[in-house]
Design a protein around this ligand. Sequence first.
Ligand SMILES: NC(=O)C1=CN([C@@H]2O[C@H](COP(=O)(O)OP(=O)(O)OC[C@H]3O[C@@H](n4cnc5c(N)ncnc54)[C@H](OP(=O)(O)O)[C@@H]3O)[C@@H](O)[C@H]2O)[C@@H](O)CC1
Ligand SMILES: Nc1ncnc2c1ncn2[C@@H]1O[C@H](COP(=O)(O)OP(=O)(O)O)[C@@H](O)[C@H]1O
Ligand SMILES: [Mg+2]
Length: 274
Amino acid sequence: METLTDKILSETIRVRPKESHKGTYGRVCLVGGNDHFGGAILMATEASVYSGAGLNTTLTDSSNSVSLHARMPEAMVADYTHHQELVELVAAANTVVIGPGLGTTATSMTVLRTVFDTVKPDQTLIIDGSAITLVSERHLSLPKANLVFTPHQMEWQRLSGIKIADQTDDANEAVRQQLGGIVVLKSHQTKVYTPTGSFLNTAGTPAQATGGMGDTLAGMIGGFTAQFADQTKAVLAAVYAHSAIADELAQTQYVVLPTQIIHQLPRFMHDHQH
Ligand SMILES: NC(=O)C1=CN([C@@H]2O[C@H](COP(=O)(O)OP(=O)(O)OC[C@H]3O[C@@H](n4cnc5c(N)ncnc54)[C@H](OP(=O)(O)O)[C@@H]3O)[C@@H](O)[C@H]2O)[C@@H](O)CC1
Ligand SMILES: Nc1ncnc2c1ncn2[C@@H]1O[C@H](COP(=O)(O)OP(=O)(O)O)[C@@H](O)[C@H]1O
Ligand SMILES: [Mg+2]
């Protein structure tokens, strides 16, 4: 297993060409946030916007739209129960993030099915949080797309059937091969299993152990994969940056908030562009 270093940042984060516009930097669609978990999709959206994705659209419960607009006028917002709108917006994206705060109700399931039925093989689909739980519990078949799963250890237990104590590299990689795509197995030392090798993230701090930290990572992976061509490197760079920013903040903070990591992104990416 290879240990991630800041080399992944300079290999991934490109100096922006002068001749470019918002379309150059990708379209991200973020789907989630029920009437209890609005904060989750808000943080994922903010992370994608601050990562530099050119266009961001959030599909969520209608009760979240005012707070989302108030906090982030840069993002567009639509109601995820409007079937046709959901289909059209997902179809127009380069990257789709589904799951932060989605919940596990009948509405959550309908939204997830629509997204799975709509995505195409050339799109990147990041499956996080409740979406992983739903896929596991309802035995949903996965769509053909560039899949990125971002489970914590319990979500991985649900999805893979491997108990947390038995989550060895060999066992995890075997399930990744069956699923296809990339698995970001989150813990105090996140491991990323990809078709081209496995990577260990030794960056990160217990100051990160707070709700919304994974929602933020999902949004960052969305923003990075929408902008940077090499999808595996984009995922690895997002994982590393998320923890490296937290390590910087933890030098003077007892706890690091997800939104504080988000707000450091433009400065951090500026310092590591190549
Ligand atoms: N502000 C918002 O809107 C927020 C909304 N959120 C949204 O909530 C939804 C549900 O997601 P979830 O992660 O909170 O719940 P679930 O999937 O039941 O997992 C928890 C169970 O797993 C266990 N566990 C074991 N190992 C673990 C590990 N390494 N990391 C973490 N957990 C671990 C853990 O064990 P325990 O804590 O009991 O020791 C517990 O039994 C999802 O859509 C998410 O986006 C949250 O992001 C919060 C902020
Ligand atoms: N002790 C820790 N050390 C380093 N990183 C941690 C620690 N605890 C949690 N994290 C990170 O915080 C994130 C938690 O993700 P997740 O459990 O999905 O959060 P949420 O769903 O509340 O947003 C992961 O990226 C994980 O690696
Ligand atoms: Mg989570």
